[in-house]
Design a protein around this ligand. Structure first.
Ligand code: SAM
Length: 320
C-alpha cells in the first residue's frame, strides 16, 4: 500500500507488550495500569491483515518483547505468515542468552539490541538496575545462534557521549553493526510532562566524533533499514549509522507503520493518528473492514511528523 504522499509501506513495527524490565532514563513513561496483552491469535490476525496490506517485514518490539512467555510462538507464527519475508526484534538483550536459539529456530532473522553504555555502573544507572553482563551474554548468544545483530545506542550529552568511540570499537571488534540514535524528548516518569534534564547530541556531531578515529565510507542503507545515515567503517565488517530523528527528520523515506501494544494501528511515531484495530477484531470485523482500517491509517500519515508533542509519547506502548 502507498500513502497519500506516494510512500510505499512495507514495514510493520508491532509492540507486543508495554511491559519492560528496564526503566531507561529516556523512556520513563508514567506507570500505566497493567493492561492485558493481545493474545497470540490476535497478534497473528493483525500480522495477517498487515501482510494483505503489503507489509513484508515485521519488527517485534515493546516494552520488552522477550517478557512475553509466548514470544517464540509469536515469532514462529509471524515468520510463517504468507507474504512476511523477514521478522526481526528490538530487545534489551537481557533474555537472549536463553532465547536467541529458539527464536532463531522460530524464524527470527535478527535483533537490534539496545545498549547505551559498556560501563556496568553507568549502564545500571541509565537503565535503573540493568545488568550489563547479561546483555553482553545475550549479544554473544545471538551471534552464536546465527542472528544478525545490531546495537542501538541513544546518545545523551554529558551522560554517555564519552563512550561513542568505545561503543564503536566494541561493535567493530565483534563484526556487529551499530546505530547511534538521537534522543527524542519523551515523557517524565511522574507523568508531569516532557523530560527536560536529558539532552541529545545531533547525529552530525556523533558522526564527527566517530570519524576522528575511523574512516567512514558512505554505504547504502541495508534493505528496509530506513532512517539511518549509514557508513562502512573502513577495514571492518561493521557499519555505523546515525539516526537523526530530531536534527534531520527522515519522513520522506519512512516506510513503516506501527501497531501499539493496545492493538491500535498508528500512522506515525510522533504525530500519532491511531485507530483501534484490536477493538474491531474483537467486535468481529471482517478482514476487508480491517484492511480498510489499515488503508485509512496509511492515508492519514502526515508528510512530516511534529517534533515537539504536547502529550507525552509512550515509547513502550508504541514500540520506539
Ligand atoms: N525493550 C526493547 C529495547 O530495549 O530495545 C524495545 C523497546 S524500546 C522502546 C525501542 C527503542 O526505542 C530502543 O532502541 C530505545 O533506545 C528507543 N527509544 C526509547 N525511548 C527513546 C527516546 N526518548 N529517544 C530515542 N530513542 C528512544
Amino acid at each position: 500500500m502507498k500513502d497519500s504522499f506516494g510512500r510505499e509501506l512495507t514495514y510493520l513495527r508491532l509492540s507486543v507488550t508495554d511491559r519492560c524490565n528496564l526503566y531507561c532514563l529516556y523512556c520513563r513513561v508514567p506507570e500505566l495500569p497493567r493492561r492485558e496483552n493481545m493474545t497470540t491469535a490476535e497478534l497473528a490476525h493483525i500480522v495477517n491483515i498487515a501482510s494483505l496490506a503489503g507489509i513484508t517485514k515485521v519488527r517485534l518490539t515493546g516494552g520488552e518483547p522477550a517478557l512475553r512467555h509466548d514470544i517464540v510462538n509469536i515469532t514462529k507464527t509471524t515468520a510463517s505468515t504468507p507474504g512476511i519475508a523477514k521478522v526481526v526484534m528490538t530487545t534489551n538483550g537481557l533474555a537472549l542468552a536463553r532465547l536467541a536459539r529458539p527464536l532463531a529456530e522460530a524464524g527470527l532473522r535478527g535483533v537490534n539490541v539496545s545498549c547505551d553504555s559498556l560501563d556496568a555502573e553507568l549502564f545500571r544507572n541509565i537503565t535503573k538496575g540493568g545488568e550489563l553482563a547479561r546483555v553482553l551474554d545475550g549479544l554473544r548468544a545471538a551471534r552464536e545462534a546465527g542472528l544478525y545483530v545490531k546495537i542501538n545506542c541513544v546518545v545523551m550529552r554529558g551522560r554517555n557521549d564519552h563512550e561513542i568511540e568505545s561503543m564503536t570499537e566494541f561493535a567493530c571488534a565483534r563484526g556487529m553493526d551499530i546505530r547511534f540514535i538521537e534522543y527524542m524528548p519523551a515523557a517524565r516518569g511522574d507523568g508531569s510532562g516532557i523530560e527536560s534534564s536529558i539532552h541529545g547530541l545531533p547525529g552530525d556531531i556523533v558522526r564527527a566524533i566517530v570519524a576522528q578515529r575511523y574512516e567512514l565510507i558512505p554505504a547504502d542503507a541495508l534493505p528496509g533499514d530506513g532512517p539511518a545515515q549509514t557508513y562502512q567503517i573502513a577495514g571492518t565488517r561493521t557499519t555505523v549509522g546515525f539516526i537523526s530523528a530530531m536534527s534531520n527528520p527522515f519522513c520522506e523515506s519512512c516506510n513503516r507503520v506501527r501497531v501499539t501494544s493496545a492493538g491500535k494501528i498508528r500512522s506515525c511515531l510522533l504525530t500519532g493518528g491511531e485507530a483501534d484495530l484490536l477493538g474491531s477484531i474483537r467486535a468481529g470485523a471482517s478482514d476487508a473492514a480491517l484492511l480498510q482500517m489499515f488503508q485509512n491509517a496509511i492515508d492519514a500519515r502526515p508528510p512530516v511528523y511534529q517534533l515537539y508533542q504536547s502529550a507525552p509519547i509512550d515509547m513502550r506502548a508504541i514500540g520506539g
